[in-house]
Design a protein around this ligand. Structure first.
Ligand code: URP
Ligand code: ZN
Ligand code: ZN
Length: 457
């Protein structure tokens, strides 16, 4: 199959120019002006941007968590991602206590096989570190699972102690992997949660009030210090607090390889959402929690000046019905997480590029190029260049979309941005040379996505 996309404005992390893109099979082969090739299909992209397919390096599909399972599986979640202009995800496999990493990988590989509609890789969550598990880390890196998530929160479930974290960091110094850190002080949070519940404070807003920004900042500082002592890079996931951002900025100013992502929910929602009436605040229960509205400007500045290097979604949807309601009468039982895999590109374009908070190039860098580089996918993913995978979004900068759970494709009964109008959306989405979304219709197939063997840094 050949595909010719003509008259688009090609946008990469560094360039912006009018041109045509010729695709043969799964790869981009030629970029130029007025290309004369014959193609099986020609797409006229006049007035549209041609963006590299979005790379979302933080998703939780079909994940057992908080006594239930995230509502999107690899089929519904990746189809929703495609509608939103994301063509690559890196999802989290989980090693439960007593299990091998290999078992976790097999389990997640089965979840994705025959279902994923876009390409996918895995990070490995380590909850139980031993000599044998450290050897398995090396094997996984060789097999293309080159990053590991560790938790400083959720004691008794996911949390690792500092010694284990340090050991794992040291191991990445020799195997070339990257540690991704959930940085919140789980011990302190546990005490605050128990105290709040004992005082009869059970509403969703207490989720946020028992997870202070300082608990995130302290853990972020500690994680970076541990990485500094191990002499390895570190990547902080879902950074939400201005105080935590200060820790990353300070480390980067000292020349340390500290990296961090934030997520659209921290840029567009705030603590005020927890004050919505009744149990509605449960929609926004996620960890770290939403922060005061003033934080948003700090995060945008961090994104603009490269103290934050990526915007991912932390897509972890739970329906209000029968899932979030597990926590009626006890906020600590509300499953943590929210949907976002489909809305990332439009939200960030509308709220970031249109008001001039970030440039169009920076938008591409944050949503595709930089995550692809950090996680060993570049230049196969994250750019538009000859030899790269033909993952291209024909993006209409003037298309208006009203975000609503009913019309979006994520399998969840609410949307955190319900009713918000955004301008700028994917029109046509190409994944490895195949048109998988065409004017709002999914034309790909479940199982069309492939496992991505990622390289080391
Ligand atoms: O609340 C969240 N973030 N749920 C997903 C799990 C995690 O910690 O990323
Ligand atoms: Zn996390
Ligand atoms: Zn997450």
């Amino acid at each position: 199959m050949t595909l010719l996309i003509t008259h688009g404005t090609i946008v990469t992390a560094t360039d912006l120019y009018r041109g045509d893109v010729f695709i043969e099979g799964e790869k981009i082969t030629t970029i130029g002006t007025a290309l004369a090739m014959q193609a099986d299909r020609v797409i006229d992209a006049t007035g549209k941007y041609l963006l590299p397919g979005g790379v979302d390096v933080h998703t939780h599909l079909d994940m057992p968590f908080g006594g239930t399972t995230s509502a999107d599986d690899f089929e519904s979640g990746t189809i929703a991602a495609a509608h939103g202009g994301t063509t690559t995800i890196v999802d989290f496999a989980i090693q439960y206590k007593g299990q091998t990493l290999h078992h976790a990988w097999e389990t997640w590989a089965k979840k994705a096989a025959g279902k994923a509609a876009i390409d996918y890789g895995f990070h490995m969550i380590i909850t139980d570190l031993s000599d044998q598990v450290e050897q398995e880390m090396d094997a996984l890196v060789r097999q293309g699972i080159t990053s590991f998530k560790l938790f400083m929160a959720y004691p008794g479930v996911f949390m690792l102690d500092d010694a284990s974290i340090f050991q794992a960091l040291l191991r990445t110094g020799t195997n070339g992997g990257t540690i991704c850190m959930h940085a919140e002080n789980g011990g302190v949070i546990d005490v605050l949660v128990k105290r709040a519940l004992a005082e009869g404070k059970t509403a969703p807003k207490y989720h946020a009030l028992t997870r202070p920004a300082r608990a995130e900042a302290e853990a972020t500082h500690r994680a970076i210090a541990l990485a500094e002592m191990a002499d390895v890079p570190i990547y902080i996931v879902h950074l939400s607090a201005a105080e935590a951002l200060e820790m990353v900025a300070e480390a980067r100013d000292r020349g340390l390889p500290a990296f961090a992502e934030t997520c659209p929910q921290y840029l567009f929602l705030s603590y005020d959402n927890y004050e919505e009436p009744g149990f509605e605040g449960a929609r926004y229960v996620m960890s770290p929690p939403l922060r005061p509205k003033e934080t948003q400007d700090r995060l945008w500045r961090g994104l603009a000046f490269n103290d934050l290097q990526a915007i991912s979604t932390d897509h972890c949807p739970f329906c209000m019905k029968e899932q979030k309601t597990i926590g009626v009468g006890d906020f600590s039982k509300i499953p943590n997480g929210a949907p976002g895999i489909e809305t990332r590109m439009s939200l960030v374009y509308d709220g970031g590029v249109r008001p001039g908070r970030i440039s169009l190039n920076r938008f591409v860098e944050l949503t595709a190029t930089s995550p692809a580089k950090i996680f060993g996918l570049f230049p196969r993913k994250g750019t538009i260049a000859p030899g790269s995978d033909a993952d291209i979004v024909v993006f209409d900068p003037e298309k208006k979309v009203r975000l609503a759970a009913k019309t979006l494709h994520m399998r969840v009964d609410y949307n955190p941005y319900e009713g918000r109008e955004v301008t700028g959306a994917a029109d046509i989405v190409v994944s490895r040379g195949r048109v998988i979304v065409d004017g709002g219709t999914f034309t790909g197939r479940a199982g069309g996505g492939s496992f991505l063997k990622r390289s080391t840094r």
